[in-house]
Structure formats: structure tokens, C-alpha cells
Design a protein around this ligand. Structure first.
Ligand SMILES: Cc1ncc(COP(=O)(O)O)c(C=O)c1O
Length: 356
């Protein structure tokens, strides 16, 4: 009956849309956001100034001011940067220029769902390698796959979501020496792990990095991300980027935040110290096992069925992420983002009353 839908690619029809529970909860620990918004004085200052902008005009072509600012912030040349409407958009752009039917995308599973989603839309063959038993990156398996298969794009999320492990520099170097295609390292959480593979780009021209303003930088609502790569790759990826993909408000706030970067550093330290405290307290709960993570979230192994515990926490106004269906090995797992001390306290009390 709905034959017209067959005009959509089979690879797209075969998948479900990315979906998230959109209900509002008092304690929101499900998207690894920064729990701290920008201070009111800065928002007021920004809004005052933004009123003077011409909203009827397109953004400046090529986001040159933001690229210049990021170039001095990250200490790299401006021609190695692309900015986007969230790093998701840049992932999509990269996949649009590097993948097509039959080309191979290597992922380590379980990881950020969007890679899989975008890979399927691009009709790529997805080659999934499982994390090791201890959730470390399966470097030997990756190396042997790279020896046997022609892979166009490898994506490594470091620290990985939802598992929390980082890819060690020495392991990435081995991979980069073996690989013939492109390697993307998603550094969405790098401010928390304080790790980056940026310096390796001078030796490995096929290494691409994406970063975001949505996590440590606390601007998830404004959708800002950037990609760092060799200028020759930037030239090609830029051909598939939509013009004016970053709106004038997002660009303006991103510029201002980079002028007030001390705010980001302070929030990162607060979140990391809360992570330590929350982990300690969860260990004391005995039958909840928090797993090690280098990001602003961690997985817990649940004593009861994960979806049941998720529902009970949600009934108490605490929203975490039910990842139990993301991968067979996550059957008894929930992912929890680090919130403010009050939010974390609320989570602990809710767990106590739910489990005991
Ligand atoms: C690993 C990873 N990469 C990218 C993103 C998306 O970032 P953005 O908000 O910049 O699109 C997320 C968000 O959850 C993420 O977890």
C-alpha cells in the first residue's frame, strides 16, 4: 500500500529512528550534559549584546571568527578546523564524504549509537568489534581486522560512551600505523579524561578529531561542535557541509565562552570531584557496582533488571539512561551522568529507597 516508501533506501527503512524519552524530570542524568548552566550575569550580558545584531542577515560566511578563536584556543592552524551544528552534524558530514554502499566502517561496540545510525544511512558495511571483557579497547582484534579488511573509516570514541574507557595513545599509534583508511577519534568527553590525540595529527594525516561544546562546555542547547583534520581533508569534508550551519546566536555564545574558559575549567573540576564522591557512595550501597570511567558519566551494574530499576528511579523523578538494550553485554546496566551535588544526593537516596 505504501509503495512510495520503497523509494527510501532499504538501509534506512531497516533501522529505527534515534529516540529519547522527552519527558521532563526533576533530576536529569541521562544525556551526559553539564549540570551547570552559564551564570546569569553572563547570559544577561550576552542577550543585551545580541539584541544589537542583525537577525535578518545570514551568519558570516565560513564562521571565520569562531574558527580563529578556536585556532588560538586549541593552538592549531585555522585551516585545520570546521565548525558545525553539534559534533553530530560533523560526523554526518564526514560519513557523507567518506562512506557509500559496500564501504566499510569499523566501530567498537557498544559505543555511541549515532555512528551506527549514520553508517547505515550511508549504506556502509559496519564491522563491529567488541570491547574486551574489562571494557578496554580490543586493540589486537582491531589490528587483525585492519590486516584483513579494507576499512574506509574507523571511529573510536575516547572516552567511549557508554562504557567510559579511553583509547591509549600507544594503542592508537599502532592502529594508525596499520590502517589505510581514515580514523576518527570522537573526543566529546576529552575535558574530563584530560586526554587527546591531537598531537598525533602531525604524524598521521588521516587522523580526524571531533569535539563538542555540549558536554564540559555546557552549551548542549546551542548545538556547537568542531572537527580538526589535515587541511586537505577539511577542504573535502567542507564540500558536504551546509553553508551557514551554525546560527549567529550559537556562534556568538561560543566566542564569549572561549573568553571565559575559566568557567569551564571550574565546572569540570566540580564534576570530577562529585564523580569521585558519587562512585564512593554507590560502592557503599553494596549491590550496585559503578564501573570505572574517565568521563562525566559511568555505567552501573544493577542488582535487579535494569529497565525495572530505571522505571522506579523515573517514578521518583530521577532520569538516568537505560542502556540495557543497546548491546547484549549491557543487559544489566544503566548509565548515569554526574549531576550537581543535590542531584547526585537525590539519585543516591532514590536508589536506597528503591533497592532496600
Ligand atoms: C560520544 C559522543 N559524541 C558526540 C555527541 C554529540 O555531540 P553534539 O551535541 O556536539 O552533537 C555525544 C552526545 O551525547 C556523544 O556522547
Amino acid at each position: 500500500m505504501n509503495d512510495f516508501v520503497n523509494n527510501i533506501k532499504p538501509s534506512v527503512r531497516a533501522i529505527s529512528a534515534y529516540h529519547l524519552n522527552g519527558k521532563q524530570y526533576e533530576v536529569k542524568l541521562n544525556q551526559n550534559e553539564n549540570p551547570y548552566d552559564l551564570p546569569k550575569w553572563l547570559k544577561d550580558e550576552l542577550l543585551d549584546e545580541f539584541c544589537g545584531f542583525a537577525w535578518n542577515r545570514y551568519p558570516s560566511f565560513g564562521n571565520l571568527r569562531l574558527i580563529e578563536k578556536l585556532s588560538s584556543h586549541v593552538q592549531i592552524e585555522p585551516n585545520r578546523i570546521l565548525v558545525g551544528n553539534g559534533s553530530n552534524e560533523l560526523l554526518q558530514t564526514l560519513m557523507a564524504v567518506s562512506l557509500s554502499a559496500g564501504k566499510k566502517l569499523l566501530l567498537v561496540a557498544p559505543t555511541f549509537l549515532i555512528y551506527h545510525q549514520l553508517g547505515r544511512v550511508a549504506e556502509a558495511d559496519i564491522c563491529e568489534i567488541e570491547f574486551e571483557e574489562d571494557w578496554s579497547f580490543p586493540v589486537n582484534k582491531i589490528l587483525s581486522t585492519l590486516g584483513q579488511e579494507q576499512i574506509e573509516l574507523c571511529i573510536f570514541c575516547s572516552p567511549n560512551s557508554p562504557t567510559g574507557a579511553t583509547l591509549k595513545e600507544s594503542d592508537l599509534i599502532q592502529i594508525l600505523k596499520r590502517v589505510k583508511g581514515l580514523v576518527l577519534v570522537d573526543e566529546a568527553y576529552h575535558e574530563f579524561s584530560k586526554t587527546s590525540c591531537l598531537e598525533l595529527q602531525s604524524d598521521f594525516k588521516n587522523l580526524i578529531i571531533t569535539r563538542t561544546f555540549s558536554k564540559a562546555m555546557g552549551l548542549a542547547g546551542l548545538r556547537i561542535g568542531y572537527l580538526i583534520a589535515h587541511p586537505a581533508l577539511i577542504t573535502e569534508i567542507n564540500k558536504a557541509r551546509l553553508p551557514y550551519n551554525l546560527n549567529i546566536f550559537s556562534e556568538f555564545v561560543a566566542l564569549k565562552l572561549l573568553d571565559h574558559y575559566d568557567l569551564v575549567n571550574k565546572n569540570v573540576e566540580k564534576i570530577l570531584s562529585e564523580k569521585e564522591r558519587l562512585t564512593r557512595e554507590l560502592f557503599e550501597l553494596n549491590n550496585v557496582t559503578p564501573l570505572p570511567s574517565e568521563a562525566n558519566f559511568f555505567m552501573i551494574k544493577t542488582p535487579t533488571r535494569a529497565p525495572e530499576l530505571f522505571d522506579k528511579l523515573a517514578d521518583k523523578g530521577v532520569l538516568v539512561r537505560d542502556i540495557s538494550k543497546y548491546h547484549p553485554r549491557l543487559k544489566n546496566h544503566l548509565r548515569i551522568s554526574i549531576g550537581t551535588p543535590e542531584e547526585n544526593e537525590n539519585l543516591i537516596n532514590s536508589l536506597k529507597t528503591t533497592l532496600f
